[in-house]
Design a protein around this ligand. Structure first.
Ligand code: GUN
Length: 304
């Protein structure tokens, strides 16, 4: 997809990077590919999403994942487990899903309750079904710059949004604020692979404003609403805002905001993602992409 189909003017100077439109295009493409797979006589791809507990935000996320999975023409298997679930019970379910031939992708929604170790659980998912790309095998493949791994959905979505603006990112200075396993670290690996000069900033980083202001590409994933002000942005930079926080307005309503103060940043940046409608929809579209890829690979390997 070209920049002209995914960006529009944000009002204050920056072009808006339209993640919602790009995600809808990706989902429609995946649906066509699923239909082709079925016409060739294959089973529908299936995605299992496991939610432990009742975190309201996670409930919304997994519901959206199921809706979009159906929209892409694939099967969705939802597994809801109570907050009191033990690690052993969750590992037993993952073992079952690993063995189930109808399941091509497995995602365990994070965060998990405190009695469960997230790393143990993500590593129990078979690497070929690890559509979140968070296990050690896929993390290692990404760190080694290998092509055969599954890339975590949010950073993959950010990369696709960046590619809609920059045909070639070679030599650009990229700063990633946030060093989480879910976003910051894999994002840095992807940018490095795209030939950027990459710096990862985190809670201990000194002179973070100055560092951010040096970036041609700024990716912000901290979960701290409004951390990045307009004065942190280099004029003309591309800004990807991964944060999404619900805040109360003075009128007593609520709205979703990012980690970047959009009104300020959009006056300085060259391109910027909105919240909502930027990274969020792309995360789900990339989950569908990863699931379809996993399904295609499994069908090819069982035929060969
Ligand atoms: N919680 C918030 N984002 C994600 C994600 O991308 N994957 C999983 N498994 N849990 C999440």
């Amino acid at each position: 997809m070209t920049a002209s189909t995914t960006t529009m003017n944000a009002g204050g100077g920056a072009e808006l990077i339209d993640g919602k439109a790009m995600a809808a295009g990706m989902t429609a493409d995946i649906r066509e590919q699923v239909e082709m797979l079925v016409r060739q006589g294959h089973e529908l791809p299936g995605l299992a999403v496991v939610l432990v507990g009742n975190d309201p935000a996670s409930e919304v996320y997994v519901k959206n994942k199921a809706i979009q999975t159906h929209r892409a023409g694939m099967k969705s298997f939802m597994q809801m487990m109570p907050e009191s679930t033990s690690q052993e019970e969750l590992l037993a379910l993952i073992e079952e899903l690993n063995e189930n031939p109808k399941v091509d992708g497995i995602l365990v929604q994070l965060p998990l309750p405190p009695q469960i170790d997230a790393a143990t659980v993500t590593n129990a998912i078979h690497p070929d079904k690890d559509v979140d790309g968070l296990g050690e095998v896929n993390t290692g493949r990404l760190a080694l710059g290998m092509e055969n791994g599954i890339v975590p959905c949010t950073p993959l979505g950010c990369l696709k949004l960046l590619q809609s603006v920059h045909e070639d990112m070679t030599g650009l200075k990229a700063v990633v604020i946030g060093a989480s396993n879910l976003v910051g670290r894999p994002m840095a690996q992807l940018l490095l692979k795209a030939n950027c000069t990459v710096t990862v900033a985190h809670i201990h980083t000194r002179n973070i404003e100055e560092l951010a202001r040096s970036a041609d590409i700024l990716v912000v994933a901290t979960g701290k609403a409004g951390l990045v002000k307009g004065s942190w942005i280099k004029p003309g930079a591309t800004v990807i805002d991964v944060g999404i926080t619900r805040v109360q307005t003075p009128e007593g309503k609520s709205r979703l905001v990012g980690d970047v103060v959009f009104e300020e940043a959009s006056r300085v940046a060259g391109h910027i993602t909105p919240v909502p409608g930027g990274v969020g929809p792309m995360t789900i579209a990339c989950l569908l992409h990863n699931t379809f890829q996993a399904a295609s690979r499994r069908r090819a390997s069982t035929e060969g």
